[in-house]
Design a binder for this molecule. Structure first.
Ligand code: SF4
Ligand code: SF4
Length: 437
């Protein structure tokens, strides 16, 4: 790998070895090993950058074991940027080769062929649904050995009626007071079509006309996190172009509302991703400035719109309710108060805090598929906190986190419903029962 890429990320050199980050790091907590924590990883990166260490298999293992949760960034007094450093490092490792052929083939099929194609994703989802319904999915470990071991634990694919794309235009409820563009996403339409539809209904109820350009699919965040920077840049250009022509009612560029924390966090950094691209850098910067998380945009709406829609509704959520901070929302985007304030606006809701709610649930993109044991062990800690909270509803805002919590709640036998924030608000809006005075 090219050490210059790490050295160029100046914050690599900012670590003062204070150790404040260690307790926040899920892999350090799990192993207690210095090289599996932020400080150790930075030390290794620097050793490679300075030519004291080969970027061999051991180095790659420590880099790839990081969840990219960025919790260390939130507590670091030196302002290290682990997310950016890790993306550069993984990009360098991938460019340097070293993976076995079957791993390269799987990455090519997943990142280059499947994720960018809505049609192929739809086909795979339909086949997986069939395999899940007939029980054939349980044969995968027998047929494929270790490489098929994860198949039975893949998320349940919803019926075809739920896997429909969003309409290109949804009118505001009542007099429109703004217009927004919403990201379709890649996995969202096939696994969480209902969340996308809830997102649009809630925005429309808040008086916003919603556009959803069908040309835009995958934003490339999984590619960037896993070292395929060329594909991440290609998908960023496609996403920018798809949303570029959409204007607000005033004629200014419309905000781009994202309901997946991982995607939103990545899209806000498109300017950096395309900084070496003379043609696209400026377009990427102005695009990134338009990106807002769903909760961020809604919480900034004048109170009367959403409050009028939510007033007099009973919560329609089993209480108590906890908010789980997705890593790429709290650490990646600094969004913490807005989702809580939105939940508190639902009449009749009883919200309690989840202990250490900013700690990673172990989902981390495709981490739970690549490293199921570590992911489950990290989740176990979070499940203990959930059980201790006494919550009956957990609300979050990222598809990976939602799947991870749903899996964990089932495994632990907890009577807790896991919802996206958009679903929670949509349910409150749909429930016409007046709340108790
Ligand atoms: S908190 Fe920051 S400065 Fe302190 S050890 Fe961790 S990375 Fe280094
Ligand atoms: S990003 Fe998360 S897993 Fe990676 S070093 Fe920082 S705290 Fe640890």
């Amino acid at each position: 790998m090219d050490p210059a890429t790490i050295v160029e990320t100046a914050s690599t050199l900012d670590c003062i070895h204070c150790g404040l980050c260690l307790r926040t790091c899920p892999t350090y907590r799990l192993t207690g090993i210095e090289s599996a924590g932020p400080r150790g990883r930075i030390h290794l990166m620097r050793a490679v950058a300075e030519g004291e260490l080969d970027a061999g298999a051991d180095f790659a293992e420590e880099m790839n074991a990081c969840l990219l949760c960025r919790h260390c960034e939130s507590v670091c007094p030196s302002g290290i940027r682990m997310g950016a450093m890790m993306e550069f490092t993984r990009g360098g490792l991938e460019a340097g080769g070293g993976r076995p052929w079957w791993s390269r083939l799987a990455r090519w099929a997943g990142f280059r062929v499947l994720l960018p194609s809505r049609r192929l994703l739809g086909l795979v989802a339909a086949l997986l649904r069939l395999a899940q319904k007939t029980g054939a999915v349980r044969l995968a470990p027998l047929l494929l050995g270790r490489r098929g071991a994860a198949a039975p634990s893949l998320p349940a694919v919803p019926p075809a009626s739920e896997r429909v794309p969003l309409p290109a235009r949804t009118a505001a409820v009542g007099e429109p007071r703004g217009r927004v563009s919403v990201l379709h996403g890649c996995v969202m339409p096939v696994l969480f079509g209902r969340v996308n539809r809830s997102t649009v209904r809630v925005l429309a109820a808040a008086g916003l006309e919603v556009r959803s350009p069908t040309r835009a699919g995958c934003c490339g965040s999984l590619h960037a996190h896993n070292g395929d920077l060329a594909a991440a840049r290609a998908l960023a250009r496609k996403t920018i172009a798809a949303h570029e022509g959409i204007t607000d009612l005033s004629g200014a560029m419309a905000p781009i509302v994202v309901n997946s924390a991982g995607c939103g966090s990545h899209m806000k950094e498109y300017g950096e991703l395309l900084s070496d691209d003379a043609e696209w850098h400026e377009r990427a910067r102005s695009f990134a400035a338009r990106v807002v998380d769903f909760s961020e945009h809604l919480a900034a709406c004048p109170d009367e719109f959403l409050d009028a829609a939510l007033a007099g509704r009973s919560a329609a959520l089993a209480g108590p309710v906890v908010w789980d901070d997705p890593c790429h929302l709290c650490h990646g985007q600094g969004v913490r108060a807005q989702p809580r304030s939105l939940l508190d606006r639902i009449a009749g809701i009883e919200r309690v805090e989840l202990a250490e709610s900013e700690s990673c649930c172990g989902s981390a993109g495709i981490y739970s598929l690549l490293r199921p044991e570590a992911s489950a062990a990290i989740l176990d800690e979070r499940l203990s906190a959930l059980a201790a909270s006494g919550a009956r509803t957990l609300v979050t805002a990222n598809p990976g986190c939602q799947l991870q919590w749903q899996t964990g709640v089932r495994r632990a036998g907890l009577d807790v419903e896991v919802l996206h924030l958009a679903e929670a608000l949509d349910r409150a809006l749909a429930d016409g029962t007046p709340s108790a005075p």
